[in-house]
Design a protein. Structure first.
Length: 368
């Protein structure tokens, strides 16, 4: 099982809230990196936020990993791992070139985040020693010292981030209350974060550590900007989204964003077509066009499973209401209802019944 926890980045968190508020579903499908024999095998990172990392770091000062009180604790850096890291694959990579110089990648940042995720379980000085030992055990010089230096810079950067959050207040809460994100505030906050990065990293490290993340942020912000434009029709908004994506450089980020756009379009069109009574064949053809035949077939199967569940649920509700209306002893009625549930639903499905019934009631209220 991979442990891919990551520190929180203010812009990502804000955008996520707004996407939820606007009912836009944007899923990251970030590519994994194939690494050569000079690197450590990486797993896929998922941008999961971890507020505790920055909170813990902000509480103290940067501890230099070059002092060896704790260095003697470790040889490989993997001894006596904290509970949260035990049994996990190391997330990240260390890559060097033919001259044993460090090649900075986004995977190096993931490696730092992997160990920093244990803050709270381990002291900061212990984590610094663990990271330095791990780097030096797996990496020759001068790349090892270069990586240790960047790790110290990265932690200092993470400690400085909360000050920017304080400066702008709770934009997430503001967006939730108003239903719209203050894009000017987001743009200024992003600029402040960019300025902060320049204080700690050189240009190539900034690109490697944050380039893909910034591309996704910019895409998400532009999608929100389009969605919040009240002067545009739905068709114009869709055209604007497609135009933005078409102008992105041809790279893995664009490919992943196109997948995300297809998924968002798929959900929208599926709802619209079902509302007007589209046939299964019409739904299949639309889905095949957007996501391919295998996915379209799986979605068709899910439709059938959902329809079957709905039919059984309707039967269940009818018989349940009949039992309750007959004036039978409450305990006896409940026994019969339990038996009915066992006949009609699997154990997993039975756990869904209360929530599904509540959803049906809410839909009935919203669509009388």
């Amino acid at each position: 099982m991979s442990n891919n926890r990551r520190p929180a980045y203010a812009t990502i968190a804000i955008i996520a809230v707004v996407i939820i508020a606007t009912a836009a579903v944007i899923l990251w499908f970030k590519p994994s990196n194939d690494v050569n024999s000079a690197s450590i095998k990486s797993s896929v990172s998922d941008n999961e936020t971890n507020e505790s990392v920055i909170t813990e770091l902000a509480a103290g000062q940067v501890v230099k990993a070059t002092t060896p009180p704790s260095q003697s604790q470790f040889v490989t850096g993997l001894e006596n791992l904290p509970r949260s890291l035990k049994g996990t694959h190391i997330d990240g990579e260390i890559i060097i070139d033919e001259n044993k110089q460090l090649v900075v990648t986004e995977g190096l940042r993931r490696l730092f985040d992997y160990f920093l995720s244990a803050l709270g379980e381990e002291e900061e000085a212990t984590i610094f020693a663990r990271v330095e030992s791990y780097i030096r055990h797996h990496t020759p010089e001068p790349a090892a010292s270069q990586a240790v230096t960047i790790f110290n810079q990265y932690v200092a950067y993470l400690k400085a981030l909360p000050e920017i959050e304080k400066r702008y207040g709770n934009l997430q809460l503001q967006a939730t209350k108003s239903g719209e994100l203050d894009l000017n505030a987001v743009a200024q906050q992003k600029q402040d974060i960019a300025n902060l990065r320049q204080q700690y990293f050189d240009k190539s490290t900034i690109t490697a550590f944050f380039g893909a993340e910034d591309d996704y942020d910019n895409y998400s912000i532009e999608m929100v900007r389009i969605d919040q434009n009240k002067q545009m029709s739905d068709a114009q908004k869709q055209a604007a989204r497609q135009d933005y994506i078409s102008r992105l450089p041809e790279n893995a980020t664009k490919s992943n964003i196109m997948q995300q756009a297809n998924i968002s379009e798929l959900m929208t069109r599926t709802e619209q077509m079902k509302a007007r009574g589209a046939t299964p064949e019409e739904l299949y053809n639309m889905r095949r066009e957007l996501v391919g035949a295998p996915a379209a077939e799986r979605l068709a199967q899910i439709d059938q499973e959902d329809a079957n569940f709905d039919q059984r649920f309707t039967q269940y509700e009818t018989q349940k209401n009949r039992l309750l209306s007959q004036g039978v002893d409450a305990a006896q009625a409940q026994i019969q209802i339990d038996q009915l549930e066992q006949q009609l639903f699997s154990d997993t499905e039975r756990k869904r019944l209360d929530g599904y019934a509540a959803l049906q009631r809410q839909q009935a209220v919203n669509n009388p």
